[in-house]
Design a protein around this ligand. Structure first.
Ligand code: ADP
Ligand code: MG
Ligand code: MG
Length: 883
């Protein structure tokens, strides 16, 4: 096996495509070398060597020492030096580099090969003793820290004390003699702490560092990072050993980092910083204030420190040229690291640069315009999930923030409003045209209307998957959850925060993107959905095959979704329409009715309300498909729960509390999720389904008259397991349709279909499709019923499962392709076999999840449906899946 790959002097054994073997850094160093760019020569020990090391009890492959020796010799040849030879001193850096860049891995060690003897040689050789001792003290510090595990603060303290004693402010002010003193103190400290002197032997130093890189793959920080980012342990890390070049050789030397385009705005302008007479990560470590690279950036920043352009025009010109070449070569914005040694530029790293969502859009669109990439490629450059950041107002980054508390960033965007502590108050404010922030200890389903009426939601309890968080994300409302340092006192109507007491009506701002709670109003930036965003969306729409619909039942949501490009409603949950004040009364009357006749009387009251709901949705959707699901939840959800509520409702409905209590108890179920719900309700009480069907068809007739656009409602029967259930309910729906057509003298086109959300339905899809004209995969329930776990109770143990590596992903967040997905695939095939033109779609959380959308494309579904704010994400993800 080849364990070591060399690079240097315009040639390299590896290339950019070898990232798996050489790690990102090593592969790109090799590529830059092959491009003929000035890169200090070096070599990369492969990730396979790392894996071998772990497979063999932390031993090195037999030939590795010899291979490394040979590679070092070659580096020596190219530089005219020799590792460990004081006469022709070669110093190296040892740099870790996994496939994906990974904080938590070993930090880089610079100036390796220095010791008490060679440092003198370096001083003589360079004619700069200050530089030599500066390099040595850095080496002792870094090596002791990252290889020998000494706390770096130990060294920082010594240095601070010395600087204070000597009256220096900056590191660069220390003289050679003063650095020598620091070095003596450092070495004494190492011996004191570790009981042995600092290693002087260059070979020992080198293998110490190589071993430390390999070991760091299994350190705690790295393991945690891999878990969080789904990076497999089997990847391993590579080690790069590279000849040193020096940015700390006085005022003609420098080190810096740059992006080929602005990573926060995407602007096509070289953007970066550097420090004169510095080394390694001084720029990012904040040792001194870095200087701008370009003159334009210096002027924009109002800095009086000269730019690289002014200070070292030749090195600058070379750097601009190289950054252009690298961007063209990689066809992406690059993040560059470089060093200038006595006026000569050296490249030390290049990689695709991290960027904000906004910058990602601009860069993709502009690169397509520059013909650097195609429009197909442009859309693959954007992480669909990141679009979420762009759809909401955000706090102006320049604004001053008066933070009074911090919770979890539960739903993105920022919002300002008056504090209210109850959902009813939120609604009152809304009707007065004022803005509210709903502040609750936690929220429950009864708060839905209040959440709708407010600009944002703040809770002091609960996590990222708490009710408030999940519902807010669905609504696209900013939410900060679990702000534990805040105290809500409902009785006195106060919010206590860091010694400040706020009252109902006081104005606060929440930032759902970082979890901050701020006092007062803060200037905001409105989302920019034209320009680059619109361009990317247009390209995506051209490429994707699947339609994107939305889950919506309120006119506001439907309109919002349309503005985000939804092509219809894939799921309208009718039960949400029954929670409003006057409707819940009629609903309760219906539930409490003892006879079918009384039930029908109560339903008569609901009919016009329901009809006007549908009419409005049909008008908004103007001829686009609308799927309406018949009543789904168990009836007890509509009844009061606490004794106080029962008393109140009994009073207002003029029934006895006793009767109400009895009925509530009678409806109680041990397992409501698997209880009397879905089409089972329609079978027991067909008059409910009939009322809903009538409302749908009458609204369709009216909408067609009003808008001139025919509406083709899709009536969806939930929770079907037996085709007989569907047959029964469908015949009722068909009968109502017939009556409405007769009464109105109009023909109505409509479809009746079902949700596939029970394994039995998937298994019997071929039979069910004989009746069903469409399937909509309700993958929330299908996941619950396939796994036999309840979504509401699963959070606690699913997290344990994740930690123990039993599952990789929460199956409620990303579709379980192997299991639940297999049912979806099978049902799709069976459905098509029975009815070739059957419409297939997915609704529920997975419809907005990019990985799940990819699967839907693979199975060939006709559309995905998701909450309004996920519509742009789904449009992009569907396009990416089709590329
Ligand atoms: P990271 O992965 O944390 O960015 P690097 O391996 O890139 O770590 O090293 C950090 C910095 O150390 C580089 O940006 C560069 O400034 C400096 N460095 C690394 N190797 C060398 C070298 N051979 N010569 C000069 N400086 C180097
Ligand atoms: Mg670093
Ligand atoms: Mg780096």
């Amino acid at each position: 096996t080849k364990w070591v790959y060399t690079f240097g002097d315009g040639a390299a054994e590896g290339r950019a495509g070898d990232r798996n073997l050489l790690g990102g850094k090593g592969a790109n160093l090799a590529e830059m070398c092959s491009l003929g760019l000035p890169v200090p020569p070096g070599f990369t020990i492969t990730t396979e060597a790392c894996n071998w090391y772990y497979a063999n009890d932390k031993a090195y492959p037999g030939t590795l020492k010899a291979d490394v020796g040979a590679a070092l010799d070659q580096v020596g040849k190219l530089t005219g030096r020799r590792f460990g030879d004081p006469q022709k001193l070669l110093l190296v850096s040892v740099r870790s580099g996994a496939r994906a860049s990974m904080p938590g891995m070993m930090d880089t060690v610079l100036n390796l090969g220095l010791n008490d003897v060679t440092v003198e040689a370096l001083a003589k050789d360079s004619g700069d003793a200050r530089f030599a001792y500066d390099s040595y003290r850095r080496f002792i510090h870094m090596y002791s820290d990252v290889v020998m595990g000494l706390d770096h603060e130990v060294f920082e303290e010594i240095l601070e004390d010395e600087k204070a004693r000597l009256g220096h402010e900056l590191d660069t002010e220390l003289t050679a003699a003063e650095w020598q003193e620091v070095i003596a103190l450092y070495k004494a400290k190492v011996e004191e702490e570790l009981g042995k002197p600092f290693p002087q032997e260059p070979q020992e130093q080198l293998w110490g560092a190589i071993g430390a890189v390999f070991s760091s793959w299994m350190n705690h920080r790295a393991i945690t990072y891999r878990k969080l980012h789904d990076i497999p342990e089997s990847w391993g890390t590579a080690v790069n050993v590279q000849a040193m070049v020096f940015g700390n050789m006085g005022d003609t030397s420098a080190t810096g980092v740059a992006f080929t385009r602005n990573p926060s705005t995407g602007e096509r302008k070289l953007y970066g910083e550097f420090l004169v007479n510095a080394q390694g990560e001084d720029v990012v470590a904040g040792i001194r204030t870095p200087q701008n690279i370009t003159e334009a950036a210096r002027i924009a920043a109002g800095s009086d420190k000269p730019s690289l352009q002014k200070l070292m025009p030749e090195a600058f010109a070379a750097f601009v040229d190289i950054s252009d070449r690298l961007e063209k070569h990689y066809r992406d914005m690059q993040d560059l690291e470089f060093t200038i040694e006595r006026g000569k530029l050296w490249m030390l790293q290049t990689r695709s640069g991290k960027r904000t969502a906004k910058a990602a859009l601009k860069i993709a669109v502009e690169m397509a315009a520059e013909k650097l990439i195609s429009s197909e490629e442009a859309i693959t450059r954007i992480d669909p999930a990141s679009l979420d950041q762009l759809l909401h107002p955000t706090i102006d980054p320049k604004a001053e923030r008066h933070v009074i508390g911090t919770g979890l960033p539960a739903s993105p965007g920022a919002a300002t409003g008056e504090i209210v502590f109850s959902s009813d108050d939120a609604e009152d404010l809304k009707t007065q045209g004022r803005k509210a922030i709903l502040v609750r200890i936690e929220t429950s389903p009864e708060d839905i209307h209040g959440m709708h009426a407010s600009e944002g939601i703040l809770t002091t309890r609960g996590g990222m998957t708490s009710h408030a968080a999940v519902v807010a994300r669905g609504m696209g409302k900013p939410c900060v959850s679990g702000a534990g340092s805040l105290r809500v006192d409902y009785r006195n109507g106060t919010l206590m925060a860091m010694g400040v007491t706020l009252k109902k009506g006081d104005v606060i701002t929440i930032d759902g993107s970082n979890g901050q709670v701020l006092k007062g109003t803060v200037p905001m930036l409105q989302p920019e959905l034209s320009g680059d965003f619109a361009a990317i969306m247009q390209w995506a729409d051209k490429i994707r095959r699947m339609a994107v619909r939305t889950n919506a039942e309120t006119p506001a949501d439907a309109r919002m979704a349309r503005s985000f490009g939804a092509e219809g409603i894939g799921l309208c949950r009718t039960e949400h329409m029954f929670f409003d004040d006057d409707r819940i009364v009629a609903m309760r009357e219906m539930i409490l009715a003892d006879t079918e006749k009384d039930r029908r009387t109560a339903l008569e009251k609901l009919l016009p309300m329901q009809r006007s709901d549908f009419l409005e949705l049909f008008e908004i959707m103007a001829g686009l498909p609308v799927t309406i699901r018949l009543l789904d939840p168990p009836l007890h959800e509509f009844l009061p729960k606490t004794e106080a509520e029962i008393a109140e409702v009994a009073g207002s409905m003029s029934v006895s509390a006793e009767k109400l209590r009895q009925r509530t108890e009678a409806l109680h179920e041990f397992n409501p999720m698997l209880g009397h719900r879905g089409c089972r309700l329609a079978v027991s009480y067909p008059e409910i389904a009939e009322m809903q069907a009538r409302a749908i068809f009458e609204a369709a007739v009216e909408a067609a008259k009003k808008t001139g656009a025919p509406v083709v409602p899709e009536v969806m029967v939930p929770l079907v397991g037996l085709v007989e259930e569907l047959d029964y309910v469908k015949s009722r729906i068909d009968q109502v349709a017939k009556s409405v057509m007769q009464e109105s003298g109009t023909t109505i086109d409509y479809l009746v279909g079902t949700m596939i959300e029970l394994p039995r339905a998937a298994i019997r899809a071929q039979v069910i499709a004989k009746t069903a004209e469409f399937f909509s995969f309700g993958t929330n329930d299908l996941t619950q019923t396939t796994f036999g776990i309840s979504r509401d109770d699963a959070a606690s143990f699913l997290e344990t499962y994740r930690q123990k590596g039993i599952i990789e992903q929460d199956p409620f967040v990303s579709l379980d392709v192997d299991g639940v997905g297999e049912l979806v695939r099978m049902a799709s095939e069976k459905g098509r076999a029975a009815r070739p033109q059957i419409k297939l779609g997915i609704c529920g959380e997975h419809g907005g999840d990019p990985a799940s959308i990819r699967f839907c494309e693979e199975v060939g579904l006709d559309y995905v449906s998701c909450s309004p704010y996920r519509v742009p994400i789904a449009r992009l993800a569907a396009a990416q899946a089709a590329v």
